[in-house]
Design a protein around this ligand. Structure first.
Ligand code: HEC
Length: 157
């Protein structure tokens, strides 16, 4: 092997050693981002579950807890804006976000802001613990979830 060829082989090996993990890291980072944005949605749904249980009369909860659940949804909405902002090409974790999230980002962000506002309205309604007052606010919030999912998520395969 002449010297130039040997240098070429060594360079290729060094590059491979460094670039391979870089490639893997890029995927790993994308995977973390997907997991995190899904976790925020799961936490949103968990808070909705608490409120839904109360609305159905299946559990008795004090206004303090109801307000906290609504507050949790508002918080998840706020955290979702930076969490969803950048696309995640190369992610290997399953995702149902579709390309419109980023192609129509302003619309998507507006949807999250609406979720925050409606969760805050629900929090105000929850102060009384009156199901009659909470019902309409809960309905509006639920529509926000459904509306966004219809546009920005692919159906489960
Ligand atoms: C502005 C858009 C938007 C709003 C509003 C929204 N979601 Fe989502 N939601 C998404 C997107 C996008 C995904 C797909 C996440 C992924 O797989 O990358 C998702 C996924 C989910 C998931 C599945 C998470 C998983 O583990 O795969 C649940 C549960 C969920 N949302 C619940 C809710 C609930 C409950 C509300 C309303 C209180 C809500 N979402 C409001 C956009 C939204």
């Amino acid at each position: 092997m002449n010297i130039n060829r040997r240098i070429g082989v060594i360079t290729a090996l060094i590059l491979a050693t460094f670039l391979l993990p870089l490639g893997l890291e890029a995927n790993e980072e994308a995977d973390h981002k997907v997991r995190y944005r899904k976790d925020l949605m799961k936490a949103t749904a968990a808070h909705m579950g608490t409120l839904g249980c109360y609305m159905k009369g299946k559990c008795q909860l004090p206004p303090k807890v109801l307000k906290r659940a609504a507050h949790g949804i508002a918080l998840m909405g706020r955290l979702s804006i930076p969490a969803y902002k950048s696309p995640t090409p190369g992610a290997t974790v399953k995702t149902t976000s579709n390309a419109k999230v980023w192609a129509e980002w302003n619309q998507f962000e507006k949807g999250l802001n609406t979720m925050v506002e409606r969760a805050q309205a629900l929090k105000r309604a929850a102060a009384s613990g009156e199901r009659g007052q909470m019902g309409p606010a809960m309905g509006m919030l639920g529509k926000t979830c459904k509306g966004c999912h219809e546009t920005f998520r692919d159906k489960k395969k």
